[in-house]
Design a protein around this ligand. Sequence first.
Ligand SMILES: *Cc1c(COP(=O)(O)O)cnc(C)c1O
Length: 408
Amino acid sequence: MNRELTRVVEAARRAYVDEPLCAYIYDLAALDRHAAGLAASLPDNCELFYAVKANSDLPILQTLASLVQGFEVASGGELAWVRSHFSETPVIFGGPGKLDTELAAALELGVELLHVESLGELRRLAWLARSADRQADVLLRINLALDDVPATTLTMGGRATQFGMDPSQLPECLIWLAGHPEIRLRGFHFHLMSHQLDADTHLSLLARYFCQVRQWCEQFGLAINHINVGGGIGINYREPERQFDWPAFSTDLAALIKSENMSGWRIRFELGRYMTAACGYYVMQVLDIKQCFGRHFVVGRGGTHHFRTPYAQGHSHPFFILPQEHWPYPFPRPEVRQTQVTVVGQLCTPKDILASDALVERVRVGDLLLFPYAGAYAWHISHHDFLRHPHPQHIYLFPQEPAHAADQ
Ligand SMILES: *Cc1c(COP(=O)(O)O)cnc(C)c1O
């Protein structure tokens, strides 16, 4: 077990009091190292933003604020949350269906760039900017046909979706923009795929963006220097030992920027999942083990109402078993050995499954199950109040916590 995990395991064991445990544990020291490493590895003309919808918990944002260039928000709620805690951090605002109140708040709260999704939104923004006597800097979010770039399991573009504009609408937008100096076009925004696991494919996606933007610049005589390449770097939940090859990606990106002559451009990333997934863990204590029609079910405290990621992504989530020795009952402790188990939660629905047919060496009632990669799109996408079970504990391991000393 590596040192990082030891610290999380100690925290899980400490968190257990006298009720079966259910908790999220976030290793902020690991997050700090990871984010600093990503930022440092990017070429000089690239900027790293964090897409806060992946996990907007305050300790997460506080850890990241000094390591990233800024935060990307996708709603008025995220904007207000971020601005109430970070008055200086640069904020960019994207997403479909922005309300007038949200656009007005963006102007009011000094959002650096708005990512505009349609001509209709552009018109409303201009109308609001004029009445507030302000100017707004924007990127146009564009959907692109992706002829030869392989798709991932979650695509926001390359086909008909609600995101961004069809490139055929660009000329009309540009003509409109020419008559509206209250809106300043700074560049283009692309976020076409999430769950990207292949560094080469991701690089070819970026190459496609670069080429397209340069072509538009020539065709329409644009004076812009900004490309937002979105997020979308994935986490390999199915084969956790085979993750996106970031070192290769950042090295090849530097080479691409050089060969494509893009070093005069500002290239911005807004990563969500890849930034925070690995720092989070969901822990559940085993309440029951049962057999039904030949399958073994391990019932844990909690479920998909806390940790919806496996259900949302349709995978069996990997987990570690942390043996717990405490057994207060005067009868034998149920256990299974060397068998396949399906891990479920406490909800009254057959969809409440976190892992299926996972081979385990031994698992007993009372042991802890630790699910890694639970720091992004986990608690924040879950339907917390279904069945009115209590919420899990949320434990944040700050860099100077006692656990740090304990595992030296
Ligand atoms: C969700 C989102 C992101 C972050 O995506 P990840 O796959 O979590 O990196 C970035 N940009 C936009 C526009 C998004 O909607």
